[in-house]
Design a protein around this ligand. Structure first.
Ligand code: NAD
Length: 489
């Protein structure tokens, strides 16, 4: 048990070094068995010419220790700088973003005193793949990618998290009434995986009503699992509802590496003053200790921290009627937590992370937590093609006439849509049309087509001046349609 676990630590920018020093002081006093290795990331690295804010040599430490405790960094203003967080998440495959959001009423003012939920956000896919294109004068596109392995990993992670932490319900939020294929897959995988966890209550909410209920009745939620974009938005709403974003930690978990940080930024307005609240980072370190198999130390620190908060020891931004004395500085706050190590809160609920776990330790962070189930390839048949065309100042009927004259076998023009609305055949004059048309070509009676057929079609179209932007093949998988029907069908 005495083995020290190497962890990579970044002090960050702005208030980062102050809150990291306070955090490490508490960890050391509590007997955390860690051996920090420091790397430089952030503003200086950006300005030194590393466009992602991280020097190449820092990756070596991250890939070796596989555990990253990170203070916030400053992203310089101006173009050409990439988000360090997005780079780290994608490069290291940190697929789960876990954010506990807890109220500490009455010590931290909030309208929702009973809130205690965890948002498990998918962290790599969805609209964050960064695949964007300008296609015409008027139309820009961002691809939303949802994969079955990605859904299985995040949903199973959420259920495993619920089971490990004694949580009773997992809520899935998607918009599958509109995005039937992408969000529909996420929902379907949720239903499939849920069957493996019969003791856990489940529900699915459409994201709009789900977000509304979260904002008005957060106490009805326990664990929420959701795709990337919804999770990004929901987790900020949830953190804000607790009364202070300054207290919220987050964990970014992958099969190989995990990163722990506060959710707030580098707060340049108060940097160097020694008044920043180190709580978000300290609670992130608590998540880290649980992750590396030191739950007893995590529990000791977390309960001492809760006791500190309810004793009225508050940094400036939390200072109020229940605070004692003057606002505490970052290091004085850390010392107050240290004084209370071994104590438990008397009014707030104490946490329990389990006994020192001889089965879990260190390797919890080192092995794949969830292996996606790889299925046999489906029988795939190509039955047509959607050809996207840039054409300004034309009507759908005119375009249909033009395309019909250029058809090559075996294709027939089945329909044209504009922004997803069917405008031919049988379009309405009221429908607003842009210069971006999706033209669906299929073979009669559902017969299959070949790539050569599609290339022949495209050659015919482009030779006569049709500006083809892109194509999407229409396929069936084991006989099941692998594409959406146009709206209005
Ligand atoms: P911010 O979170 O840094 O600050 C917002 C407000 O909250 C400020 O008034 C600040 O003083 C206060 N605040 C934040 N943390 C606090 C703490 N621990 N104690 C007391 N008060 C605290 O957000 P911002 O001002 O929008 O961003 C500043 C910089 O941080 C930007 O460069 C941004 O890109 C970066 N940022 C980094 C991360 C990260 O590294 N994960 C996250 C968000 C923002």
């Amino acid at each position: 048990m005495s083995e020290l676990v190497p962890i990579t630590v970044a002090r960050g920018d702005g208030i980062g070094p102050e809150i990291m020093e306070a955090t490490l002081r508490v960890l050391q006093a509590a007997g955390a068995r860690i051996a920090p290795e420091f790397i430089d990331i952030g503003e200086q690295q950006y300005l030194a010419g590393h466009s992602s804010g991280i020097a190449p040599e820092a990756w070596e430490s991250l890939r070796r220790t596989r555990v990253f405790l990170k203070a916030p960094i400053t992203t310089p203003q101006g173009g050409g700088f990439k988000s360090l967080n997005v780079t780290i998440r994608k490069t290291l495959g940190l697929y789960a973003n876990v954010r506990p959001c807890v109220s500490y009423a009455p010590f931290v003012r909030t309208l929702h005193p009973k809130m205690n939920l965890v948002i498990v956000r998918e962290n790599e896919e969805d609209l964050y793949a960064g695949i964007e294109h300008r296609q015409t004068d008027e139309v820009f596109q961002c691809l939303k990618l949802i994969t079955r392995p990605g859904c299985e990993k995040i949903v199973r992670y959420a259920f495993d998290y619920a089971r490990r932490h004694g949580r009773r319900k997992v809520t899935c939020m998607t918009k599958d009434n509109i995005m039937k294929m992408t969000d529909g897959l996420f929902h379907r995988v949720f239903d499939e995986v849920a069957r493996e966890y019969p003791e856990i209550e489940t529900e699915h909410l459409i994201i709009d009503i789900g977000a509304a209920r979260l904002a008005t009745r957060p106490e009805r939620f326990d664990v929420i699992v959701t795709p990337n974009l919804y999770g990004d938005i929901l987790s900020d709403i949830a953190a804000e509802l607790t009364g202070s974003v300054g207290l919220a930690p987050s964990a970014n978990i992958g099969d190989h590496v995990a990163m722990f940080e506060s959710i707030h930024g580098s707060a340049p307005d108060i940097a160097g003053k020694g008044i920043a609240n180190p709580s978000g980072l300290l609670l992130a370190a608590v998540l880290m200790l649980v992750h590396i198999g030191q739950p007893a130390v995590a529990e000791t620190i977390h309960n001492a921290w809760l006791r500190t908060i309810e004793d009225g020891v508050h940094t400036a931004e939390l200072h109020g009627s229940l605070s004692i004395g003057r606002p505490f500085g970052s290091m004085d706050f850390a010392d107050a937590v240290i004084e209370r190590l071994g104590q438990r809160p008397q009014k707030l609920a104490a946490v329990h992370y389990g006994e020192v776990d001889r089965d879990a330790p260190v390797q919890v962070a080192r092995v794949a937590t969830v292996a996606p189930h790889r299925r046999a390839a489906a029988a795939k048949a190509m039955v047509g093609v959607d050809v996207f065309v840039h054409a300004a100042g034309v009507s759908a009927d005119f375009l249909a006439g033009q395309l019909s004259a250029l058809l090559t076998p075996p294709f027939a023009l089945q329909m044209i849509t504009n922004r997803g609305v069917k405008v031919w055949p049988g379009g309405f004059p009221e429908t607003f049309c842009t210069d971006h048309w999706r033209c669906r070509f299929v073979a009669p009676q559902g017969q299959s087509v070949t790539h050569a057929d599609i290339i022949g079609l495209l050659q015919g179209l482009t030779a006569r001046g049709v500006d083809v932007i892109k194509t999407e093949n229409l396929c069936t998988f084991d006989g099941e349609r692998g594409y959406a029907l146009g709206q209005g069908q």
